[in-house]
Design a protein around this ligand. Structure first.
Ligand SMILES: [Zn+2]
Length: 118
């Protein structure tokens, strides 16, 4: 069954509202992206603004629920890895994603320098 574009628009808006509520500040979700990689990983990535490393370190457990619900609705199952990707400075978070990993990537993601898993 194809994804309903209107529902994707709603999911983006809901994610933005829930991240803002959770972090108690205005968080922007500029884009919701469904992805598939050459290795076999799939997932959903949310491009964010006004999120920093410390937010993820403190509120990761609560952000997990938001990410899991989006991925479950779009891909039919909860992700097995969730992570925030930081800018080169390591302070600003540029995206938050949930991924259904392939065998090869499962163990590598937690050791990636620009990713904070939660
Ligand atoms: Zn992979």
């Amino acid at each position: 069954m194809p994804l309903d574009p209107a529902r994707l628009v709603e999911l983006r808006r809901e994610a933005e509202r829930r991240f803002s509520e959770t972090l108690a500040k205005p968080v922007g979700v500029l884009q919701l992206t469904v992805f598939a990689m050459p290795c076999g990983c799939t997932g959903v990535s949310l491009e964010v603004r006004n999120v920093v490393r410390e937010d993820v370190e403190v509120f990761g457990p609560r952000m997990k629920g938001i990410v899991d619900e989006v991925v479950r609705e779009v891909l039919g199952e909860a992700p097995d890895v969730r992570y925030a990707r930081t800018s080169p400075t390591g302070v600003d978070v540029v995206s938050i994603a949930g991924r259904l990993t392939c065998e090869g990537c499962r163990d590598e993601i937690p050791s990636a320098a620009d990713l904070i898993t939660f």
